[in-house]
Design a protein around this ligand. Structure first.
Ligand code: ADP
Length: 636
């Protein structure tokens, strides 16, 4: 092999430079993973070649047996990982080994700081891939030639992992890629074949093509009686993990396989492995990750399963098999029904896809239900990572609405502070006799929800209310009107109907108070004019003088805010002002003879009710001057 010409020096993309630097320092304690990453890339390259060769068998160049070879050279102090996969062209080398193409990378790198343990965790989530070679090597040489190209189209890439890299043309007869690591000082143990064997079997046993390790020539005994020439020996099992029987696969193997397909450093929370036969014939191995990826809310982020057809890799990120609200699920699907030449377009509108998607969705939801039942702590961890995504479920997946709803967790007046630990089933168990609905409140923050005046009567009656304060909650609740035949009711909407919860005596007392409040209600109505939809006396308040309520058919104030936040035109909603007829402030107002003074007081009542409900006012300065006017009156 000789480097012929056309040598260029390129600078790494800024993000790569930063990432490289941080990675070398923060991942050092985990350095062995570089081998997993490189073998994983080699196996992906073999998968890609097999897929392309379905259309064009010539790409095999007469040799269809795909492999990875690992060889240490003690004299040179190098470690070489070689494959006969798809290889790369010059342009691909520059693109793939000089930049990171994922959207949001710059933001990600910015989030990295000086805390090494935190960074190593973050980098792990990002996936380090090829660049991890620099954890153990101070120089890396890549020689590659794309399958189907002539021998003179080889490329040599080289870098010390600092600012730049070189690329040059190369004569290379072998198809595929070899990566030569010039080991850093002190990394000699990586030249030891026992060490390498143990790393490979630990991390890469499940790789579906053979991984062969170089065994040094060996001689022992008198006159070298026992002699063995150097040779490559297969060290992994080389069968696709998901094709093996469940009983034959250890938890560790499942975990390692997860890391291979997900590029995640952490263990998955749970998995399910199933062979389906009958009308459809496929294998599904689905994982619930232990943590949310950094780009879960990035619209362009890739998600989906790895799709195989009859054991042949077809595509990554086949998103057609999972609904969007389960986009965090990772895994492999291997279908025996789909055609080998299946494309994303074909998958789009396809009965087999639909059936598999339905079954896989059910599988994941069942798995989550089981996790919730068997291991509350683990489920809580899951909820903390993915709860907000799961909340998209009831709107997206009507058929599974009830099932998804049973997996939801909320903060609650019966729960622990702002922790989302209460499920709808446990709420129902605690419902009071005569309670017909599941009550909830949505607000901007947990504190605003927990301290809302709307809860006063519920607290008094000991009725639990779910406290919702995430942005998505309003959207979620608008798609979840019942659960197990119980209506879900917002405590801030419509007239308060406690149904059988209100006792007769209370009802009577309330009616009397309302009657007595009649005149002041009328006066307030007149004073506020069209600033409100209505004014009425209420029984929902015990401590506060007033609150605002959304009319049954109007969008709630949270929904209006949400619409404004996403730039939608929100309807102008007027609220109903409800007053607590028993509150001293209201009784004093009744005594106020002069209607000209009532105006300021009426608006003040309305403003403070809005403030408690929405955390802000349309016209704060008018509010301030009004308060000052009234203060001055009080002082003089
Ligand atoms: P990732 O594998 O997550 O895409 P990497 O940094 O590990 O990121 O690799 C970047 C790209 O380089 C890969 O997507 C692939 O296209 C290419 N690549 C890496 N290793 C090989 C290889 N052994 N053979 C062919 N292409 C490779």
């Amino acid at each position: 092999m000789t480097v012929t010409a056309h040598k260029e020096t390129h600078g790494f993309q800024t993000e790569v430079k930063q990432l490289l630097h941080l990675m070398i320092h923060s991942l050092y304690s985990n350095k062995e993973i570089f081998l997993r990453e490189l073998i994983s890339n080699a196996s992906d390259a073999a998968d890609k070649l097999r897929f392309k060769a379905l259309e064009n068998g010539d790409l095999y160049e007469g040799d269809g047996s795909l492999k990875v070879w690992v060889k240490a050279d003690k004299e040179q102090r190098t470690l070489t990982i070689r494959d006969n996969g798809i290889g790369m062209t010059r342009d691909e080398v520059i693109e793939n080994l000089g930049t990171i193409a994922r959207s949001g990378t710059a933001e990600f790198v910015k989030a990295l700081g000086s805390d090494q343990s935190r960074d190593s965790n973050l980098i792990g989530q990002f996936g380090v891939g090829f660049y991890s070679a620099f954890i153990v090597a101070d120089r890396v040489t890549v020689r590659t030639r794309a399958a189907g190209e002539s021998a003179d189209r080889g490329v040599e890439w080289e870098s010390a992992g600092e600012g730049n890299f070189t690329v040059a043309d190369l004569e290379r007869a072998d198809r595929g890629t070899e990566i030569v690591l010039h080991l850093r000082e002190g990394e000699d143990e990586l030249l030891d074949s026992w060490k390498l064997r143990s790393i490979i079997t630990k991390y890469s046993d499940h790789i579906s093509i053979p991984v062969e390790l170089w065994q040094e020539p060996f001689s022992a005994g008198e006159d070298d009686a026992e002699q063995k020439e150097g040779s490559f020996e297969q060290v992994n099992r080389a069968t696709a993990l998901w094709t093996r029987s469940k009983s034959d696969i250890s938890d560790d193997e499942y975990r390692e396989f997860y890391k291979h397909i997900s590029h995640d450093f952490e263990d998955p929370l749970a998995w399910s492995h199933q062979r389906v036969e009958g009308k459809h014939d496929y294998t599904a191995l689905l994982y619930i990750p232990g943590h949310a990826p950094w780009d879960m809310y990035n619209r362009d982020a890739k998600h989906g399963l790895k799709l195989y057809v009859q054991r042949v890799f077809i595509m990554d990120d086949a998103e057609q098999f999972m609904p969007t609200y389960l986009r965090f699920v990772k895994g492999v699907l291997d279908s025996n029904d789909l055609p080998l030449n299946v494309s994303r377009e074909i998958l789009q509108d396809n009965q087999i896809t639909d059936a598999m998607r339905k079954a896989c969705t059910k599988r994941v939801l069942d798995q989550l239900a089981k996790l919730a039942e068997d291991d509350a702590d683990k489920y809580q961890k899951f909820w903390g990572e993915f709860g907000t995504v799961l909340k998209e479920g009831p709107a997206e997946d009507f058929a599974n609405r009830e099932k998804v709803a049973s997996l939801l967790r909320f903060a609650s007046t019966a729960g622990e502070g702002n922790l989302q630990t209460v499920g709808l089933d446990s709420y129902i168990e605690r419902m009071k006799e005569g309670q017909e609905a599941i009550y909830f409140i949505t607000a901007d923050s947990h504190a605003a929800a927990a301290n809302s005046p709307h809860l006063e009567i519920f607290k008094k009656k000991g009725v639990e209310v779910l406290l919702l304060s995430e942005r998505i909650d309003e959207w979620l609740m608008s798609h979840l009107s019942t659960y197990k035949d119980k209506p879900l009711r917002s405590v801030t909407r419509g007239a308060l109907d406690l149904g059988k919860l209100a006792d007769e005596e209370e009802k009577k007392a309330q009616e009397e108070q309302e009657k007595a409040a009649g005149p002041v209600v009328e006066r307030l109505k007149k004073a506020l004019g069209d600033k409100v939809k209505d004014v009425r006396a209420t029984s929902r308040l015990t401590d506060s003088p007033a609150c605002i309520v959304t009319d049954e058919h109007d969008p709630s104030s949270q929904m209006v805010k949400l619409m404004k936040a996403v730039g939608q035109k929100a309807p102008e909603v007027k609220y109903i002002l409800e007053i607590n007829a028993g509150h001293p402030l209201v009784t004093r107002l009744e005594q106020l003879g002069d209607d000209s003074q009532l105006g300021d007081w009426a608006e003040l009542l309305l403003d403070q009710a809005c403030l408690a409900e929405q955390g802000g006012l349309e016209d704060p300065s008018a509010f301030v001057s009004r308060v000052n006017r009234l203060l001055l009156q009080g002082l003089s």
